[in-house]
Every structure is written in C-alpha cells, then in structure tokens.
Write a protein that binds this ligand. Sequence first.
Ligand SMILES: Nc1nc2c(ncn2[C@@H]2O[C@H](COP(=O)(O)OP(=O)(O)OP(=O)(O)O)[C@@H](O)[C@H]2O)c(=O)[nH]1
Ligand SMILES: [Mg+2]
Length: 467
Amino acid sequence: MLPTDPVAWLRSLLETGIRTADDTLNETVIRLAVTGLSRAGKTVFIVSMLANLLAMGRRVDTLPALARRIGDGARLRSVTRAPSGSSTVPHFDLDAKLEALAGREPSWPDRTADLSRIALTLTLDRSHALGRLAGPRRVTLEVLDYPGEWLLDLPMLGQDYADWSRETMASLSHPLRAAEAAPFLTWLSGVRGSDPGDESVARRGYTLYREALHRLREHGLRWLQPGRALNPGPRGEAPVLFFFPLPDASDRALPGTLAALLADRHAAYLDDMRREAFRGRLDRFDRQIVLVDVLGALHAGEAAFDDTARAIGAIARALRRDGLLARLLGQAQPTHLGFAATKADHVPATMRPALASLLRDLLGDAAKGEGRSVHAVASLRATEDVRVMRDGRSVEAVSGIPLGAEKRRSFDPGHVPATRPGASYWAAPPFLFEGFRPPLIDLHARNGIPHIGLDTLLADVLGDALA
Ligand SMILES: Nc1nc2c(ncn2[C@@H]2O[C@H](COP(=O)(O)OP(=O)(O)OP(=O)(O)O)[C@@H](O)[C@H]2O)c(=O)[nH]1
Ligand SMILES: [Mg+2]
C-alpha cells in the first residue's frame, strides 16, 4: 500500500533509520535519580519499582500503564539485574530489603545511611521492520538511593557562611524551632563571632546545634541543614562538620576569630559535598523522580507543612534548567522530571486526585512544562479502600493493620485540601496519619508488589526511552 503522505512517510523512515542506527551502536543507559527529603519514601519506591520491573520481565501484569507504553513501540523480552561492574558506589541490597518486607514479620527498610546504586537491564524487541534486523535493544536503568537529609545541602551550595547564618538564624526564631533549639540558642547568646577561634567552642556549638536539628526532625520539620549533621554517612562525623550559624556572622571575619573558623569549615563542607556527594553521582542523571511525603506533612501540622513546602520549593528551583545544580555542576537538566506525593494508600481513591493537586500547587511553575508530571503514588500499598460512617453518613476510608498491632482497622484520615490550606484547615481536627504494617508479599516478590500509580509515573518518566 502506498503511503498517503509520502513526505511524512519518508521523514519517519529516516527518523526510524537514524534511531535504529543510534540504538544499534549504543546500548542505552538511563540514569534515574530518585530524590526526596528524609522519610519521603525513596527506598521503598526503589524496591517496589525494581521488583515490579523484574516481575514485568516475567510477564506479570504489575505495571499496566508502563507495559502499554512499551507495547506500542517495542516488546519487553526480559528484565535482569545488571552487573555492578567496577562502580565505587556501594550496591543497593534489593534482596535484603525484599526479604525483610516478605518476612513473617514484614518490616519497612531502615533509614538510608549512605549512597547506593543498582542497575537493571531491560531487553526490548524492536517493533519496526528495520529495527528488527538490528536485533533487540538493551536499556540499562541505573538508580541511586541516598539519605534524604543530604538533599537539603543542595540549596546551601549557593550561599556563603554569612548568608547561611542569617537565613538559619531567621528560621530559628520561629516559635517551634526556637523552643526545640533553646539549649543551643541560650548557649549562643554568650558567644561572639569576634571571640578567638577555639576548637572546643566550635565543637560545643556544633553538638548543641545538631541536637536541635534531631529534635526538629522528630517534629516533622524538614528544612534542616547541614544534612550530614543528621546523617553523617560512612565517613562519620568529620571535623569539617563542626560549624553552626552565628547571629553576627559577617562577610569579612578577621582571621583567628571564631567567625573565621566557622566560615572556613562551612566552605570546606560545601567543597567536600561538591566533590564527594554530588559530582559524578547525583549530578549526571537523565531522568528524575522527586518524592514528597505530603500526607505526613499535613499530619505534622502547619509548621511542618510550611517547612516541607519551603524545602521542596528550594529543591525544585535548584533542579530548574537554569537552576543551582546546572550552574554549579555544569549538569544537564534531566529530560523528564516526575513529582509524586507518596504513601497515597493512606487516603481512599476519591482523595488521591486532591493529593496530586495539592503537590502541584506547592510546586508552582516547577511542575509545569514539557516532560514534567505530578502524581499521587503508593509504592507499597498497605491498605484497602472501605466505607465507614462519619456524622451519620457513609464516607470512603481505608483499612490496614497499624504498625505494632495484629488486627486490621478502618481509618477515616480526614480531608486532603486540593490547594495549600489556610488557617481554617489548621484549626479543624488534624489529618490522621497512622503507620501501617507492610502487606504480605510473596518471597522475592516474584509476582510484583501491590502499588498505586507507580506504572503511570514510570510511563511518564521512562516510557519514551523504552518505547
Ligand atoms: N503505607 C505506606 N507507607 C509507606 C510507603 N512508602 C513509604 N512508606 C512509609 O514511609 C517510611 C519511609 O520510607 P523510606 O522509603 O524508607 O523513606 P526514605 O525516603 O528512603 O527515607 P530516608 O532513607 O530516611 O531518607 C517507611 O518506613 C514506611 O513506613 C507506601 O507506599 N505506603
Ligand atoms: Mg531511604
């Protein structure tokens, strides 16, 4: 049959040919960064994504939207674990995490303490005749996991010590922060930047400041810098960390003073982070997924919610094409950026569109544009949707086994606002957020892992590279 539009046909044939030649020469590598503040759900997301991709390779229909996306242009032959080669980054131990989740007493993964990496290889049959001659295509998907606390070091890269001190002292004046940081602030009132640069003073101030950060994290606050004070990583608490903000930090501290000592430490910390944590690791990625625990923040109250909103705003700005990362590290902007509110199984299906909409509202312009999408997901669905009575009316709710309990219970979590909530929302009874026991999954998750919306998110972020 003759093509109806020969020019378009010729163009598509040429494009196919070019793509095929490209694919033949290159085994494609996709680097996917899964980022998010601490406890956002990164590790669980990675476990679920990998287990579900491996199950999809075994023909289990566990990621239908992604399978549909791939089915149009190519067919998935297999999904296997790629050898870790000579990577210097520690290996992400998927098996150990799956064993813990699939155990008799299923348990969630521990807090992540260091960067780790894992890769899968997807082998795809080409759908078009020209491509089939060239044989199957191999796409290696590389994923990095790391402690969420480190992400907030990103906005620090754009500030000097005086700027950072000013900003940090201003946020410590917020009542909740001031109360939790009281021992540090009281001690600080007896200290001047012009005091001699004494190591033991630096150490004492750092210890008190770090303790304040730990208490604030327990309150659900997320704007906590520097990240390594909370999670020092495998190298431990090195002296480069021993700094804290000063109320009278200035751009021109005299040599030998405490202010100069702390400014030097701060500069060395940023330098170390650029070299060790970001360059060559978090900076060279093609695709990015940003996870946000919006529901946990709603539950933690207005101060924690505002804090999370501020943190994700700063991170989204850093990730812009002209943003901080690009300027500081010469990094190319990822082509696809997916934002997701996690743990969406804590609310019934009818509320999930509002959850995605709330995240979209918090992100503003960062979520707009080509290749950007916003979702509500549960990486590991621990609940079912049910109906309960509220004020004499039947309403949708969820049911699951609370952590530490044996029996399933129903929860009516409350309302999720579709846009950033105002004073009346915070005055109403708080949003209920209970930890649930992970669901029972088969050993090694051979049949995949129950989730909500992971397939749509992956189709948006990775689909074009696999189709
Ligand atoms: N019900 C439910 N809980 C989840 C889900 N994902 C994460 N969680 C909960 O959130 C906690 C944190 O998840 P992680 O994946 O460990 O979070 P993280 O972002 O890796 O945290 P850090 O390593 O501390 O930065 C888990 O221990 C679970 O209690 C989900 O899909 N459903
Ligand atoms: Mg983690």
